[in-house]
Design a protein around this ligand. Structure first.
Ligand code: ZN
Ligand code: ZN
Length: 253
């Protein structure tokens, strides 16, 4: 991290420290609203912590939750290749995770970036890969302006700071494509084609580097795959993907 950035993050932490004194944040569990005493991990009460849908068994390539124990590959990964080495997610995208992500993304509850990043940090601390850079899935500029923040970037920056790995805006979204939410697997792949481009400023930096791409939700992997392809095309060494949650949709291959 550059001296300037370090100074800035030190100042930000001090600012947050003061804000916490005068305007205490997250005094409630982010999932059920129960009052917390501040000692809880990731602003989650004990009951929610044990009930959250952590992924235990998963596809070794895309991280999709599997019902059987041990290593395996999901149906889609048996028939499709990815440009990333592997993708992992902390939670299944269901129940309390869906409502928390919705509050974070669509209801302006920006402060949720911290506990959410906290869960990614927990995961990364156990992941035995060393990364040169962290990237996040970019938003189209106009859309980011409307929302006021890019939810993936906010959590990625917190993770980057915690692990002292530089976060770089290596990817730019050059087309405002329709939302992926209602599309099927093949449509999603088409919908993200030529939507992302390598940021010229980072062209040399990413060469032969291992990059971690962070997003909030992984669904079919179309977005992650497209970005990984752009990075690999720019001669990155390898790309890994980490998301907060993995959504299961019908496997139409
Ligand atoms: Zn709770
Ligand atoms: Zn898979």
């Amino acid at each position: 991290m550059s001296a300037d950035k370090k100074k800035k993050s030190k100042w930000n932490r001090f600012k947050q420290y003061l804000l916490d004194i005068f305007f205490p944040r997250h005094v409630k569990c982010i999932f059920c609203g129960e009052e917390l005493d501040g000692s809880e991990h990731n602003d989650t009460c004990k009951n929610c912590q044990t009930a959250l849908p952590f992924i235990v068994n998963y596809c070794i390539r895309c991280g999709e939750p599997l019902t059987h124990e041990g290593e395996g590959i999901c149906l889609r990964c048996t028939q499709n290749n990815h440009s990333f080495v592997m993708a992992r997610s902390v939670f299944e995208y269901k129940g309390k995770i869906v409502s928390a992500v919705h509050k974070y993304k669509y209801n302006g509850q920006k402060f949720l970036c911290e506990p959410m990043a906290g869960y990614l940090c927990d995961y990364l601390a156990r992941w035995n890969v060393s990364f040169d850079y962290i990237c996040s899935v970019p938003m189209f500029k106009k859309k980011e302006k409307e929302r006021g923040y890019n939810q993936a970037k906010l959590i990625a920056e917190i993770v980057a700071e915690k692990f002292d790995i530089p976060h770089i805006d290596a990817i730019t979204k050059i087309k405002n494509n329709p939302s992926q939410t209602t599309l099927a697997f093949r449509e999603r792949q088409e919908n993200v084609k030529d939507v992302f481009a390598l940021n010229e400023n980072f062209k040399n930096l990413i060469k032969n580097k291992t990059i971690l791409l962070i997003d909030d939700v992984y669904t079919t992997g179309a977005t992650a795959n497209e970005i990984a392809e752009v990075l690999m095309h720019g001669h990155a060494k390898q790309v890994y993907v980490l998301t907060l949650a993995h959504a299961l949709i019908k496997q139409d291959i």
